[in-house]
Write a protein that binds this ligand. Structure first.
Ligand SMILES: [Fe+2]
Length: 85
């Protein structure tokens, strides 16, 4: 398998950064905002944003009151971090 171990490690390290501000469900969105402000690459901020409940469909995001978008997991790297979480 072609895994990016550096990305997996960084995603695991930063995935709950938003919990510094809240432990509510929107912490994934806040994670990504904080990661972007720190200049983290999109591959990491995607992990941060998508890790809520193992990835969400647009409909699930709507039901949870999150910004409506596709939070489903696309890469093996993000699946490893998020399933481990
Ligand atoms: Fe979390």
């Amino acid at each position: 398998m072609d895994l990016d171990l550096k990305l997996i490690g960084r995603g695991a390290l930063f995935h709950d950064l938003g919990k510094a501000k809240t432990h509510e469900i929107e912490h994934g969105k806040i994670d990504a905002e904080m990661g972007k402000a720190l200049g983290l690459p999109e591959e990491i901020t995607a992990i941060m944003e998508k890790h809520i409940r193992g990835g969400l469909t647009e409909e699930e995001a709507r039901e949870l009151g999150l910004p409506v978008k596709d939070y489903t997991l696309k890469t093996l790297d993000e699946k490893i971090v998020i399933y481990a979480d």
